[in-house]
Ligand binder design. Structure first.
Ligand code: ACO
Length: 333
């Protein structure tokens, strides 16, 4: 089988529900304050899906925008992967609903569940499908409606999350023939490497207390915040170093880091440990809050639309989430 050397992100899109919920509004319902939330998390506001607005609706809107941005039609898409832990239904996959809403009947569509690391896991999966020569064009979507699974009476968790979706179009960089692109090695544009990890021993520090097999209900998100914080700093630092070293690059070569947007203190802490200036860290957590698998593609769309991400830039995407799962994708934009 002919191996493609790389795959490239050729378009981004995102969608946020219209309704914005501010910290001040939350403070009217819960014993919390804008000052506490800002100081501990950097979150100012979050978007909340309207009644009847489903994860697949958010995902489809983000996907449509990414397709337009890439100049690709839905008919050209060979594979749709939706990273989500808030699917519309237990089954079928949200991805198949997105496929139908996009008006596509070709190729395959499936969901991928790696919680807040979902987009990184989905991008790695899509990249491997392309490198194996099985597909040419993939829609990789992160879409979530965490407002439906947070416990709105638990101030320690409900203030942290928001709803949204982001999508990228990934395409084989070298065409069907798999001819060598120039330049090659770590100067080539496209995904340079992907690094995935998980350790199920840490299930209990971040989980949902329900599911079809365990309780036959949806359940609510539960979290030991301090423990997640500690793991996040250590694992995100380690996987960034792993990705850069695997490509014979240095941390100082990075132009941008686009981390999962959980908490500004995690973003700042990882940036400091890696020795990266804050200007290189794309942060959207203030506006979007934690949108789990959607947070990285939402941030990519912001930074690509405002002109920060430029062709040839070295971009590290990284995330940690329930499982625990964590990982990184290093790409030359
Ligand atoms: N408003 C006011 N007070 C609050 C709130 C709130 N929203 N939430 C908790 N408190 C109180 C607690 O009850 C506690 O009060 P007490 O001292 O009287 O018991 C006090 O604030 C301190 O609570 P802690 O939980 O110890 O606060 P901490 O400093 O650890 O901050 C936080 C909590 C923000 C969740 C922090 O642990 C954190 O950011 N953890 C990372 C987890 C994360 O970001 N998870 C996202 C999902 S995982 C992921 O995406 C990777």
């Amino acid at each position: 089988m002919m191996l493609h050397l790389s795959s490239q992100i050729i378009g981004c899109g995102s969608y946020l529900p219209e309704r914005i919920l501010t910290n001040a509004e939350l403070a009217q319902q819960l014993e919390t304050s804008d000052e506490w939330i800002m100081a501990r998390t950097g979150i100012r506001q979050r978007h909340i899906a309207a009644e009847g607005e489903l994860t697949s609706d958010l995902a489809t809107s983000a996907a449509e925008r990414a397709l337009v941005n890439a100049g690709v039609t839905a008919a050209e898409v060979d594979l749709i992967i939706v990273a989500t832990s808030t699917p519309d239904d237990t089954f079928p996959a949200t991805a198949t609903r997105v496929q139908a809403k996009l008006g596509s009947t070709r190729g395959a569509a499936f969901d991928l569940q790696a919680v807040c690391s979902g987009f990184v896991f989905a991008l790695a999966t899509a990249n491997n499908f392309i490198r194996a020569g099985q597909v040419q064009t993939v829609l990789v979507i992160g879409a979530e409606t965490y407002s439906r699974i947070v416990d709105w009476s638990d101030r320690g968790t409900c203030v942290l999350f928001g709803d949204g979706a982001g999508a990228v179009v990934l395409r084989a960089a070298n065409g069907a023939g798999g001819e060598t692109a120039a330049p090659v090695g770590n100067r080539a544009r496209g995904i340079l490497s992907t690094h995935l990890h998980s350790d199920g021993r840490f299930r209990d520090i971040l989980y949902v207390d329900g599911g079809p097999s365990s309780t036959q209900s949806v359940g609510h998100l539960r979290m030991s915040g301090k423990e997640v914080f500690r793991h996040a700093i250590a694992s995100l630092t380690a996987v960034a170093e792993e990705a850069v070293a695997a490509n014979d690059l240095k941390l100082t070569d990075l132009d941008w880091i686009v981390p999962h947007q959980a908490n500004i203190r995690i973003l700042d802490g990882v940036g400091r440990k890696l020795g990266l200036p804050a200007e290189k860290v794309i942060a959207t957590v203030d506006r979007h809050a934690n949108t789990s698998a959607a947070s990285i593609p939402l941030a990519l769309d912001v930074a690509s639309s405002d002109g920060r991400l430029k062709a040839g830039d070295l971009v590290l995407m990284e995330a940690i989430g329930g499982g625990l799962t964590w990982g990184a994708v290093l790409a030359r934009w």
